[in-house]
Design a binder for this molecule. Structure first.
Ligand code: GLU
Length: 469
C-alpha cells in the first residue's frame, strides 16, 4: 500500500467530518491544507568515505498555533505525501488534547537499522542544520520529537547541533523534545505514547454502554489483546495493559513473524527474549505464526502499533477483534475503516489514542522554557503541608499511622508522578469530550467525532485570526 493511500485516507476522514461542521468552506480548506513544506537533498559521507545524497522533508501543516510540533521519522518508505499526512494528524491530535501547537512532521529517507551510528549522527546533524537554515526549527517556530526510527539519541544530536549554531538564543533546549534526561528531557516521555494508549483504551472500555454494544464486559481485565509492533509505543501500551489493566496479551507480531498463546504471554519477558536473540520467534510457551495472519486471529482488542495502512480492504473483512486501537498513525485506511464500521467494530482513532506522546512533549517544552523541573518547586512544599496535616490528625485522633503508610502520605510528588497524572488526566478528559460529541451530534463513529472536534477547534482559532492582508 502506497503513502498516497494514507494521504488520501487522512483527507477522506477530514472531509467526512468537515461535512458536519458549521464553519465556511474557506476556513475549512485552510484547516485542511498544509501550510509549508521544505523538501531537501543533502550530501552525507558514508563510513567508507564515499558520498551519499539523502532526501528529507519537513512539513508544517498548520500555523494557527506556534510553534508547530511533530516527530521526525527515519525510514526508507518516507515520502512527501506521507510527511504531510502525518503533519496533518499532528494538528488534529494537538487540538484534541488541548496542546497549544500547530502540527508538523519530518521525514528522512534512510533505513536506520542498516546504518552505522556514525552515519545516523551525520545525517541528523546535517538535517538539523538544514532546518535551521530555512527557519524550520526553533523553540517558538517548529519543535521536532522522536517518531518511527528515531529516539532520544537523535534528539540529543539535534539539540547539540542547535545549541552550537544558535548559541545566543534563549530557551535553546526547547527546540526539540524527547531528549535524554541528561540533556533536559523529562521522565516518562519514552513510555508516554504507549501509556497514553492504555489510558485512552481504558477510558473508552470503561463506558458500560460502549462495551455492551460490542458484546463485551466493561473494563480491560481479562480482555484478549493482539499487538502488532513491539517498538516503544506497542511495548509500553501492552505492558500497561498487562500490568495495570490485567488484560491478556495473546499475540504479538514483529517484522520477523508472530507469536501466539491463547492463555496469554508476558510481554516484558518477550521483549527481553527479542533483545537477547534478535527475534520474538521461539519465545517459550508460544507458537510461531504468520505475522499477517495474526491480525485476523480471534481476540477482543487489536492494537496496530507499527506503521500506516495495515488494515485495508484486503483484510478488514477477516479481522475478528471487536476493538481496533490505533496506536500507530494511520494503521487503518479509509476503505478498511468503512468495512470495520459496517461490521460493528469500534475503531479508536490515532489522533486521539496516540496523543500521549505529544502531550508529554508539551510538558517537556514547558519545563525547558521555565528552566526548572516541575517537582523542584512544589515537592518540598507539599511534603511540609502533608506533615502538618498528618500531625494534626494524629493529635486529634490520638493514634499513629504505621511507618509505610506515613511515608506514602507525606512525600511530595516526583517529576515522573506529576507527568503521569497529567497525562492520565489529559487522555481521560479528551475521551470524555469526544464521546460527548459522538453522542450529542449523533455522529457515525468515534473517528468522525474526534476529527470534527479537532477541526472545529482549529477552525475556531482561524476564524478569530482575521486574514492577514
Ligand atoms: N511522533 C509522535 C507523534 O506522532 C510525537 C510527536 C511529538 O512529541 O511532538 O505523535
Amino acid at each position: 500500500m502506497s503513502a498516497g493511500a494514507f494521504y488520501e485516507s487522512v483527507h477522506g476522514y477530514f472531509d467526512r467530518a468537515a461535512a458536519y461542521s458549521r464553519f465556511e468552506p474557506g476556513i475549512l480548506k485552510q484547516v485542511k491544507d498544509c501550510n509549508a513544506v521544505y523538501r531537501m537533498k543533502f550530501p552525507v559521507r558514508n563510513d567508507d568515505g564515499s558520498v551519499r545524497v539523502v532526501e528529507a522533508f519537513r512539513a508544517e501543516h498548520s500555523f494557527h498555533r506556534l510553534p508547530t510540533k511533530g516527530g521526525i521519522r527515519f525510514s526508507r518508505m518516507v515520502s512527501l505525501n506521507e510527511t504531510i499526512a502525518l503533519a496533518a494528524l499532528m494538528t488534529y491530535k494537538c487540538a484534541l488534547v488541548g496542546v497549544p501547537f500547530g502540527g508538523a512532521k519530518g521525514g528522512v529517507k534512510i533505513s536506520p537499522a542498516q546504518e552505522s551510528e556514525g552515519f545516523r549522527e551525520r545525517v541528523t546533524r546535517r538535517y538539523t542544520a538544514e532546518l535551521i537554515r530555512k527557519n524550520f526549527i526553533g523553540p517558538d517556530i517548529d519543535v521536532p520529537a522522536p517518531d518511527y526510527g528515531t529516539g532520544e539519541q537523535e534528539m540529543g544530536w539535534i539539540v547539540d547541533t542547535y545549541k552550537n549554531i544558535r548559541m545566543n538564543e534563549p530557551n535553546i533546549y526547547a527546540c526539540v523534545t524527547g531528549k535524554p534526561l541528561a540533556m533536559q528531557g523529562i521522565p516518562g516521555r519514552t513510555q508516554a505514547t504507549g501509556q497514553g494508549v492504555y489510558f485512552g483504551l481504558r477510558s473508552c472500555l470503561d463506558q458500560a454502554e460502549v462495551a455492551k454494544k460490542l458484546g463485551l464486559t466493561p473494563g480491560l481485565a481479562g480482555k484478549r489483546v493482539i499487538l502488532q509492533g513491539l517498538g516503544k509505543v506497542g511495548f509500553h501500551a501492552a505492558k500497561h495493559l498487562q500490568e495495570d489493566g490485567r488484560a491478556l496479551i495473546v499475540g504479538v507480531s514483529e517484522q520477523e513473524g508472530g507469536v501466539y498463546n491463547a492463555d496469554g504471554l508476558d510481554v516484558v519477558a518477550l521483549l527481553r527474549h527479542r533483545q537477547e536473540t534478535g527475534s520474538i520467534l521461539g519465545f517459550p510457551g508460544t507458537e510461531s505464526v504468520d505475522r499477517g495472519a495474526l491480525l485476523e486471529f480471534s481476540c477482543d482488542i487489536l492494537i496496530p502499533a507499527a506503521l500506516e495502512n495495515q488494515i485495508t480492504a484486503k483484510n478488514a473483512e477477516r479481522i475478528q477483534a471487536k476493538v481496533i486501537a490505533e496506536a500507530a498513525n494511520g494503521p487503518v485506511d479509509q476503505a478498511g475503516d468503512t468495512i470495520l464500521c459496517r461490521r460493528g467494530c469500534l475503531v479508536i482513532p490515532d489522533l486521539f489514542l496516540n496523543a500521549g506522546g505529544v502531550t508529554v512533549s508539551y510538558f517537556e517544552w514547558l519545563k525547558n522554557r521555565a528552566g526548572v523541573s516541575f517537582d523542584r518547586m512544589i515537592s518540598r512544599h507539599e511534603e511540609l503541608s502533608n506533615r502538618h496535616m498528618l500531625a494534626a490528625m494524629e493529635t486529634l485522633t490520638g493514634q499513629q499511622l504505621p511507618g509505610s503508610d506515613r511515608d506514602r502520605l507525606i512525600h511530595g510528588p516526583d517529576e515522573l508522578r506529576l507527568v503521569v497524572s497529567a497525562l492520565e488526566q489529559t487522555m481521560t478528559r479528551a475521551y470524555e469530550r469526544i464521546h460527548e460529541v459522538w453522542l450529542q451530534r449523533d455522529l457515525p463513529d468515534l473517528r468522525t467525532a474526534a476529527f470534527l472536534l479537532a477541526i472545529e477547534r482549529v477552525a475556531e482559532s482561524y476564524s478569530h485570526h482575521g486574514i492577514f492582508p
